[in-house]
Every structure is written in structure tokens, then in C-alpha cells.
Design a protein around this ligand. Structure first.
Ligand SMILES: C[S@@+](CC[C@H](N)C(=O)[O-])C[C@H]1O[C@@H](n2cnc3c(N)ncnc32)[C@H](O)[C@@H]1O
Length: 276
């Protein structure tokens, strides 16, 4: 694909600009999202058409303006080529997810992380996902391990699509949906969980005390967090300090790098095991 895209962009962008488009491109279903640098903003339609020409599975191209913003973690999108729609169905790990790329969060870059989490879930566990989006973690776990997942999402559009995806992936009997502020979940759920997912790295710190209360003794929490640091060691030290400060004690936990999200800015996961 890279070579074809390079050829299509030849004469439109410089080699360095083409590389930046290639590495920044997200393809969700049949929608491609690029992040054009200010210097090439007015080349948007030419870039979009080159992508349509070289990536036969793509029907729509957007330019993402700025970062992923707000509580619902949304992208601001500028249409640059192809059909004028934001809804698509993405295939990942033998599952399908209908996504509105403008009104919901979804990242195709986390497919391996979702498999990793599903792999460590044990038969019979009760799982809570506090920040479910359109359901990629929850459906992957239920489908692969046939366990019940309580899945919560505050964004009404993402909630609706999650419900649709439960049917698409044949896990509606294994998924219990909630559309609440995760801070209030204890008001409507009085069971305790073996495992809790917190895939909201920009704000999960505020919710960690709630997760700790909703977990069984010995339960596990997958705590995702954006952390700054000159290197991985410094970022891990920072995350470790944060977890201890919030929980008021030092639980057993392991840390992992999930991905790089900017210069000196990493997404890490702390896999926490609470005391029995
Ligand atoms: C980074 S996204 C992750 C979504 C999903 N887990 C995924 O990987 O695609 C975080 C999600 O948390 C939701 N969210 C934000 N604040 C929330 C809150 N207070 N309660 C419940 N959900 C919330 C957002 O709407 C968003 O869908």
C-alpha cells in the first residue's frame, strides 16, 4: 500500500510530507483519517483523492484538525474526498464494530491491546468496562472468553452503536449495558468485579477510587493513563507514584507501554492486582 500511496502523492507532496501522511493515517472501516500539517492544508482534496485512488477499500477521507478532545474524546474532522458520511463498519480480530468516526471515539491502533486483555481474562470472571465506547474491548472479551461484561458508556451515540455491535458480534446475552457517568456506577451496580477496565487514559485518575471499591478483594484493574516523561523509566516512575498516591497504598502492579502519543508522552497501562 505504501508504494502505491507514495506514487499517488508524487507531485502533490514532498517525500517527507508523504511519510508524515502515511504514518499518521488511521483507517476505520472504509474511512481514512489523515492529519495534514498546516503547510499542506490547502492540498487536502488532492491528498484525499490520492488516498482514494491508492487504497481501494477506502471510500471517504477526512483531515483531522487538532487532537482528540473533550470528555468523549472526539476528533474534529474536515471532509476532503469521497462520500460525505461518518458512519462505517470496522473489522478487527474477527469482530465488527459500527462506528461514527466523528461522534464516537475509536482507534484501530488498539486492536492488539484488546486481544492482550481478552487473553488474560479467565473463564467465569465478572468484568466491568467503565469506559466502553462502541464496545471493542467488551465485545472482544465476551466473544473470546464467553464471560459476562458490564459495559458502561456515557456518550449516547457510542452507547447506541455499542448496543448495535453487541448484536452484530452475537454477544448481547453476555453484555449488560449502562449509560452512566462512571463516577456514579456504584449507585446502579451493587455486584463486585473480578476485573475492571479503565480505557480512558486522559482522565482515568479521577475514577480509580471508584474502580477500587467496585473490585472484589484480589481483583484486577487495567488502568490506562497518559504519562509524560523523558523516557519509559521516568514515565513508569510517574505512573507508579500516581497509583500509590490515589489508592493510599502500594498494590501489586505491572506496567506496560501501550503506545507513544507524542514527544515525551506515552500511553501506559498499569495492571493492578488488589490485596485479597
Ligand atoms: C478513550 S475512549 C475509549 C473507548 C473504548 N474503550 C475504545 O477503546 O474504543 C474513553 C471513553 O470514555 C467515555 N467517557 C468519558 N467520560 C466518561 C464518564 N464520566 N463515564 C462514562 N464514560 C465516559 C468517552 O465517551 C469515550 O467513549
Amino acid at each position: 500500500m505504501a508504494k502505491i500511496l507514495q506514487r499517488a502523492l508524487d507531485g502533490v507532496l514532498t517525500a517527507a510530507q508523504t511519510r508524515a501522511v502515511e504514518t499518521g493515517i488511521d483507517v476505520i472501516g472504509d474511512i481514512a483519517i489523515v492529519k495534514l500539517d498546516d503547510s499542506v492544508k490547502d492540498q487536502g482534496p488532492a491528498v484525499g483523492n490520492a488516498i482514494l485512488e491508492s487504497m481501494k477499500n477506502v471510500r471517504v477521507v477526512f483531515d483531522q484538525e487538532g487532537g482528540i478532545e473533550g470528555d468523549f474524546r472526539l476528533r474534529k474532522l474536515r471532509h476532503i474526498a469521497g462520500e460525505g458520511r461518518t458512519l462505517t463498519t470496522h473489522r478487527e480480530n474477527q469482530l465488527r464494530f459500527t462506528v461514527d468516526v466523528e461522534r464516537c471515539y475509536f482507534s484501530p491502533r488498539l486492536s492488539t491491546e484488546r486481544l492482550r486483555i481478552a487473553d488474560v481474562v479467565q473463564p467465569g470472571e465478572l468484568v466491568l468496562n467503565m469506559f466502553a465506547g462502541v464496545g471493542p474491548y467488551s465485545n472482544t472479551i465476551s466473544r473470546r472468553k464467553r464471560v459476562k461484561v458490564y459495559s458502561n458508556e456515557l456518550n449516547a451515540t457510542a452507547f447506541e452503536l455499542h448496543a448495535r455491535n453487541n448484536r452484530l458480534n452475537k454477544v448481547e446475552d453476555l453484555t449488560v449495558m449502562f449509560g452512566e457517568d462512571a463516577m456514579d456506577l456504584q449507585k446502579s451496580i451493587d455486584v463486585k468485579f473480578d476485573r475492571i477496565l479503565m480505557p480512558h487514559p486522559s482522565a482515568s485518575d479521577r475514577f480509580l477510587p471508584v474502580a477500587a471499591e467496585m473490585a472484589k478483594p484480589g481483583g484486577r484493574i487495567h488502568y490506562y493513563r497518559q504519562v509524560s516523561g523523558y523516557d519509559l523509566q521516568e514515565a513508569e516512575n510517574e505512573l507508579s507514584r500516581e497509583v500509590r498516591a490515589i489508592l493510599g497504598h502500594a498494590p501489586t502492579f505491572r506496567m506496560r507501554k501501550v503506545r507513544e502519543i507524542g514527544p515525551r508522552f506515552l500511553e501506559l497501562a498499569a495492571d493492578i492486582q488488589l490485596a485479597s
